[in-house]
Design a binder for this molecule. Structure first.
Ligand code: FDA
Length: 510
């Protein structure tokens, strides 16, 4: 049992002494009744919630920043690894499990989730245990004309998402969530609580897009809030291949990234049945426009008339209502659902990502649809870049996929049964799909989005055997030429590699 493990006892004793508080308020060991439900509370990918998934010695839910500091100091002293968890949406479960045979604890930030809006300054301090949905909710409560450009799924944590970039319907107008961070509070490997001024610009650069978990525990972000109009307009229009899906897709490839920055049209492509009952691909054009329906129709009629958008396809709503629309809530749902932590859609899933820099030739699309149809329930989500993304320099923050990238692709597949066979079938379909897509996507390096974590592209072996050179292959996919600077920052701020995991940034030195 855990308490008979001398390492644990010393570790907990240390926590007690250093934090000077009763640890039972924020430390939950495997002997505590809350342990299991707490562990599962934010696990989204059920693939990492099985009886054989390695479990933490304890879950620590800090109530104050000093609890974060003491956890780091004691973990360091007793050589216990930590996994940092905000919203738990990590695709590979790395915020709450470990592939290494080692003792670890989960530092779960869910109790640190205040959101303080400074509307006079168009800014907000948000603690990293908040979800993106909570952030959106409190921003919209402060003013109907304030918004924030982060992701579409509202249960995602602010901690992980902003650390890796973060994009959604406002990407073309305002860039990534990480582009809109103006200050941060982080606890570093020495247990010091630092802000932008005291951490310095190198570390502040690295934590805005360099991926979570490599540099310290970010406890709060200060965000620049952005303007949204009283009304935005959304539409979601589906076309099958028989309805000309391929040529619409082809046209979208040429214009999706060039449209007005106020217009975001993404594509969701998945198998469905046509009228004859045959399985075919369905393409859904899913859009948000920062303006009213008349302006939207004018722009779309001018630049994408083939889509045939009618007023009846569109709905005007407030920005916060558009958040609910994109996250799949039924029409008329109250935005209060965004502050309800109980709601989380869990499933078994797997994903990969790519970036497209040249339109895929129209005559090749048939092949792509054929490969998709070989899958069970695959989904391809294509998100346009361009607009503001083209204006931001690729070294401005670690996220490198800027000008020249037309759109990103996320290959995603989810399923509901836990058999190994089921997982293997889906995973091998996706690997094959990824292989097949090689000629049509960014190369040298092939590119990937760190927030869609993919361990297939490579990982660190173990803490003593991680090197910048070994990690170069996967590191460049996520970060391009910014990977070197990330490794140099890492070498400077965490020379002992305390914040180490399967895809943490390795150290390098000048
Ligand atoms: P989680 O807590 O699992 O953390 C992810 C990583 O960050 C881990 O390595 C963790 O250790 C580290 N970390 C977490 N908190 C930290 C902190 N406070 N300090 C330091 N490190 C920390 N992305 C996107 O850009 N747009 C989108 O629309 C979506 N949509 C979406 C839908 C669904 C269903 C899922 C599962 C995921 C997405 N994502 C996304 C991807 C999402 O942005 C990505 O998985 C984030 O890393 C998740 O952040 P969490 O805090 O929830 O994860």
């Amino acid at each position: 049992s855990v308490t008979s493990n001398p390492l644990c006892e010393s570790f907990f004793q240390c926590l007690y002494q250093v934090s000077n508080t009763i640890t039972s308020d924020f430390v939950f060991t495997q002997n505590d009744t809350e342990y299991s439900s707490l562990l599962q509370s934010t696990i989204i990918n059920l693939r990492f919630s099985t009886s054989t998934t390695p479990k933490p010695l304890a879950i620590i839910t800090p109530l104050t920043y000093s609890h974060v500091q003491s956890t780091i100091l004691c973990s360091k002293r007793f050589n216990v690894q930590i996994r940092i968890r905000s919203g738990g949406h990590d695709y590979a479960g790395l915020s709450y499990t470990s592939l290494y045979q080692t003792s670890f604890v989960v530092l779960d930030l869910q109790e640190l989730r205040s959101v303080k809006i400074e509307s006079d300054k168009n800014a907000a301090w948000v603690e990293t245990g908040a979800t993106v949905g909570e952030l959106y909710y409190w921003v919209s409560q402060a003013s109907p004309n304030l918004g924030f450009p982060a992701g579409v799924c509202t249960s995602v944590g602010v901690g992980g998402q902003v650390s890796g970039g973060g994009f959604g319907t406002l990407i073309r107008k305002y860039g990534l969530a990480a582009d809109n961070v103006i200050d941060a509070r982080i606890v570093d490997a020495n247990g010091r609580l630092l802000d932008r001024e005291t951490m310095g610009e190198d570390l502040f650069w690295a934590i805005r897009g360099g991926g979570g978990g490599s540099f310290g525990v970010v406890v709060a972000w200060k965000l620049n809030l952005v303007y949204v109009p009283d009304k935005v307009t959304v539409f979601s229009v589906s076309k099958s291949l028989e309805q000309g899906g391929s040529s619409l897709f082809n046209k979208w490839q040429y214009i999706g990234h060039k449209l007005s920055e106020d217009l975001f049209i993404r594509l969701i492509i998945l198998p469905g049945l046509n009228e004859a009952g045959t399985r075919t691909m369905q393409l859904t054009f899913n859009s948000m426009f920062l303006g009213n329906v008349d302006m939207l129709i004018e722009i779309v009629t001018d630049s994408f008339p083939e889509l045939g958008i009618q007023e009846s396809d569109c709905s005007e709503m407030t920005w916060i209502e558009s958040i609910l629309f994109f996250d799949g809530y039924p029409k008329g749902a109250s935005s209060d659902v965004l502050i309800d932590r109980g709601h989380k859609a869990k499933s078994y899933f797997n994903a990969k990502s790519d970036y497209v820099q040249e339109p895929i030739p129209e005559e090749k699309l048939e092949d792509i649809w054929k490969w998709c149809l070989e899958g069970d329930k695959p989904v391809l989500i294509m998100e346009p870049h361009g607009g503001k993304m083209d204006e931001i320099d690729e070294t401005s923050i670690p996220y490198p996929h800027r000008k020249g990238n037309l759109y990103s692709i996320q290959y995603f597949e989810q399923w509901q049964d836990d058999s190994t066979e089921s997982s293997e079938k889906r995973i091998s379909w996706m690997r094959k799909m990824y292989e097949n897509m090689t000629p049509y996507v960014a190369k040298n390096p092939r590119a990937a989005y760190v927030n869609y974590r993919d361990l297939d592209i490579g990982q660190n072996d173990n803490a003593n055997n991680t090197s910048y050179l070994n990690a170069l292959e996967w590191g460049r996919k996520y970060f391009g030429d910014n990977f070197r600077r990330l490794a140099l920052v890492k070498g400077g701020v965490d020379p002992d590699n305390f914040f180490f995991y399967e895809q943490s940034i390795p150290r390098d030195y000048e």
